[in-house]
Ligand binder design. Structure first.
Ligand code: NDP
Ligand code: BG6
Length: 513
């Protein structure tokens, strides 16, 4: 194997923002997320020279898997899902440090074996290493894992030092306010808050981070970022995929828990927050929490602030697909929504009177996530002469989170000719055109940030609770009324009529991204 000088990791050096020697332990290592996202992310960090020179990966799950077999699974995951194909140059360096521990999540002896293994790595290296625990199991075992990390002494290892143990906790973070509080309590009985990294992978997306840069590094946006100029904000996270094989999970979740309460609310918080006093994690998280706490409680019931629906059979890319109620593992009488639309009011100086509309659905016309800032309509009087349009289009600034990441501005211009006629046109910036398209995946950024102890792109305990406080009454209400008020939309469409009605109540319409 020839080491390339362009890869410090391969030379046994550590370039990057100072990640100390690290062991990453993935709980649930036999699972889907590990193979599809986590191991490919770690591989790409290695390929980019961003892993510390002394790096080890330990998979932990109940299924007995020999080390060699786990390495093969890891390699297969990288081959199938990584943004780069594995090269021997990187893989041969990583593979010897990839091992597996089999055991129950509630089995203290298994955690003792894990602790011994980590101590063995330290002895071999002749130095202390930090451990990052990645909890990537279904949520019913989160607590057992956390408790065992506490009782085995792994959680408190090197506490208070930069290389103290850290824990990444996957979603869903509770299923309502009460369960989120209970989970926070369990976590904080074992780990100090600075050790805890609650993940929302949307925060690791390049464009989501760029939202802060766009807002606070350009003087043209911020002066107009308020109720004096903005009419409404629309946040859309639309997916083409249906529920697939995840029926068991999804039936207990639905779009509001799965997407709205976490991903779209994080987008809202970054869009609506005040400028933080610094880029320090706590300063940013303080501002996000302030916005979440300023949101007015939602009104449920007919003509309230919420709409829900399920997809019915339709066409995706010209091919027929089943409706939600016909999908595998779904109760034919299910009351679980695959689409959710919400109208939020933020009661603060900046946003008073500006509705924020959020929507997310599966099996929609197109996979697209965007934040659209819709400005107030300009007065049309000046161009009200013969041949002119009275109804000037409103300006829209749209951040396209994915795919085809970018930013566009819609503004009015004169149609060339002797008459004065106006037409809205779009000016676009696309990341791929300027910077190329092989950007890092969210999990790469987030795992690296945790290794270097930067919690900015993770969610603090009080943020999760502030968000659940908004949605728990909605979820409770829907549960209490069964299928009442459940609308439907054809797979491949832009959503149900009740969602359009939610905006029409205030004389607005969804923008088609
Ligand atoms: P899996 O269902 O694949 O489970 C991961 C592993 O956990 C399994 O391989 C299994 O390992 C163990 N496990 C599964 N069910 C149970 C159970 N009932 N009790 C105890 N152990 C169990 O999950 P994913 O990998 O899909 O997801 C992991 C976490 O990441 C979840 O919290 C999920 O919500 C979250 N997530 C997943 C995403 C994805 O795309 N998959 C996206 C975003 C978040 P073993 O039996 O060997 O112990
Ligand atoms: C996950 C949800 O959190 O996000 C899934 O559980 C959803 O249901 C996924 O499909 C969407 O993520 P992305 O990055 O593909 O937009």
């Amino acid at each position: 194997m020839a080491d390339s000088p362009s890869h410090p990791f391969l030379q046994g050096l550590s370039k990057h923002r100072g990640a100390p020697p690290t062991v990453v332990v993935i709980f649930g290592a036999s699972g889907d997320l590990c193979a599809r996202k986590l191991i490919p992310a770690i591989y790409n960090l290695g390929a980019d020279g961003l892993l510390p020179a002394e790096f080890s990966l330990i998979g932990f799950a109940r299924k007995p898997i020999p080390d060699d077999e786990f390495r093969k699974l890891a390699h297969a995951g990288i081959t199938e899902f990584s943004r780069r194909a594995p090269t021997p140059e990187v893989w041969d360096r990583l593979a010897p440090n990839v091992t597996y521990v089999s055991g129950g999540y509630d089995e203290k002896a298994a955690f003792d074996r894990l602790a011994e293994k980590i101590t063995g790595i330290e002895k071999k290296l002749g130095r202390e290493v930090q451990t990052v625990f990645y909890v990537s199991t279904p949520p019913n075992v989160f607590s057992s894992i956390l408790v065992n990390l506490g009782s085995s002494g792994l959680a408190s290892k090197y506490l208070g030092q930069p290389h103290q143990s850290k824990v990444i906790v996957e979603k869903p973070f509770g299923k309502d306010l009460e369960t989120a509080k209970a989970l926070n309590k369990t976590i904080n009985s074992v780990f100090a808050e600075p050790q805890v990294y609650r993940i929302d992978h949307y925060l690791g997306k390049e464009t989501v981070q760029d939202l802060l840069v766009q807002r606070f590094s350009n003087s043209i946006f911020e002066p107009l970022w308020n109720r004096d100029f903005i009419d409404n904000v629309q946040i859309t996270v639309a997916e083409e995929v249906g529920v697939g094989t995840r029926g068991g999970y999804y039936e207990q979740s639905g779009a509001t828990r799965d997407m709205i309460q976490n991903h779209t609310m994080q987008l809202l918080a970054l869009t609506a927050m005040e400028p933080p006093s610094s880029l320090d994690a706590e300063a940013i998280r303080d501002e996000k929490v302030k916005v979440l706490k300023a949101i007015q409680p939602l009104t449920v019931g007919p003509h309230g602030d919420v709409a829900r629906a399920q997809y019915s059979a339709g066409l995706m890319g010209g091919k027929p697909v089943k409706g939600y109620l016909e999908e595998e593992g779904i109760n034919p009488q299910s009351g679980t929504e695959t689409y959710s639309a919400i109208r939020l009011a933020i009661n603060n100086w900046r946003w008073q009177g500006v509705p924020f509309y959020l929507r997310s659905g599966k099996r929609m016309a197109r996979r697209v996530s965007e934040i659209a800032i819709n400005y107030k309509r300009p007065p049309g009087t000046l161009f009200a002469g013969e041949g002119a349009k009275f109804d000037l289009a409103a300006n829209t600034l749209a951040f396209q989170i994915q795919p085809d990441e970018g930013l566009s501005l819609v503004f009015n211009t004169k149609i060339p000719g002797l008459e004065t006629r106006t037409q809205p046109v779009k000016m676009s910036f696309r990341y791929a055109a300027t910077f190329g398209s092989n950007t890092a995946e969210a999990y790469e950024r987030l795992i690296l940030d945790c290794m270097i102890g930067d919690g900015t792109l993770f969610i603090r305990g009080d943020e999760t609770e502030a968000s659940w406080k908004i949605y728990t009454p909605v979820i409770d209400y829907w549960r209490s009324v069964g299928r009442a008020g459940m609308d439907s939309y054809a797979a491949g469409s832009w959503g149900p009529p009740n969602s359009d009605a939610l905006l029409a109540q205030r004389k607005r319409r969804w923008r088609e991204p």
